[in-house]
Design a protein around this ligand. Structure first.
Ligand SMILES: [Zn+2]
Length: 281
């Protein structure tokens, strides 16, 4: 069922991800693998289980029961509060990202059933300007959390982000507190929030909602951290340990609850939500 629905989604044209054509080279094992097989395995390598980047819309299909998804705030778009220009103007950059992804900004939010449980879900889109968090991402996620609180649903956020969006300056940074405050109100009502970290989850996103989950789950071998390893190494003038800022390293040091392969994510989420919320109505 899920496979059929996934096949209907348009594959990405980004050459760094899964290119058009029948075959692709896996960055995990360097083998040439059949693209169709990768897609059927939820964008993972059949040889080494490398997790390719997965577009947000395919993520929603992989997690939400068919015919139950309602998207929220799909048309929310960013202003240009600073008149920011870096090579091109911010509105031009946004328009370019919108044309590339068919999305208005770097997150999709909504509600649907996950194995029968009603949930609020936000999925970040790394392809949209590096999944950067500006006012739209912050506002959409905050609204999703608030609606989840009002409807007494678990909130789930799947992160894939380089961090805050520099083109919106301090307004981007304000989204860290806004989303965190909404999550605190959600917690006061004793409702669960599950954070899923995918490759990469960095900087202002990791320093706010991504690290605030009651349960924090990561996909295998994801890059997760605040500042890039090179900057840290140059600052502290010390060699960093092997595998620093990977899911496996963070799990070993108690910063994650679970590492879950993508193929098992929906089943695992259903198990956790069932445990926390009881049987679905
Ligand atoms: Zn591979």
């Amino acid at each position: 069922m899920v496979l059929e629905r996934l096949r209907r989604t348009t594959p990405t044209k980004d050459p760094k991800k899964i290119p058009d054509g029948l075959w692709l080279k896996c960055p995990g094992c360097a083998k040439t693998v059949f693209k169709r097989l990768v897609e059927e395995r939820l964008d993972t390598c059949p040889e080494c289980n490398h997790h390719f980047k997965m577009p947000s819309r395919r993520r929603v299909i992989s997690l939400i029961d068919e015919g139950t998804w309602t998207e929220w705030d799909a048309d929310l778009t960013s202003g240009d509060p600073l008149g920011f220009v870096d090579g091109k103007s911010y509105p031009e950059r946004i328009a370019q990202q919108q044309a590339k992804t068919g999305m208005k900004d770097a997150v999709v939010t909504g509600t649907g059933k996950l194995a029968g449980h009603a949930v609020g879900l936000g999925v970040m889109e790394f392809d949209f300007n590096g999944g950067s968090m500006g006012s739209v991402v912050g506002e959409k996620l905050t609204r999703m959390i608030e609606k989840s609180t009002a409807s007494r649903m678990p909130a789930i956020i799947l992160s894939a982000s380089g961090g805050a969006r520099m083109q919106e300056g301090a307004i981007s940074l304000m989204q860290m507190t806004k989303t965190s405050a909404a999550l605190a109100r959600h917690a006061e009502k004793r409702l669960p929030y599950i954070s899923i970290l995918t490759n990469p989850t960095m900087a202002g996103v990791m320093a706010s909602y991504a690290s605030l989950g009651d349960i924090i789950i990561a996909e295998p071998k994801a890059l997760i951290g605040f500042t890039g390893a090179r900057v840290i190494q140059e600052t502290i003038k010390q060699e960093l340990p092997e595998g620093f800022q990977t899911s496996e390293f963070l799990f070993k040091h108690g910063q994650l609850d679970l590492i879950v392969p993508r193929q098992e994510m929906k089943t695992e989420l259903a198990r956790i939500i069932g445990y926390l919320m009881g049987k679905p109505n």
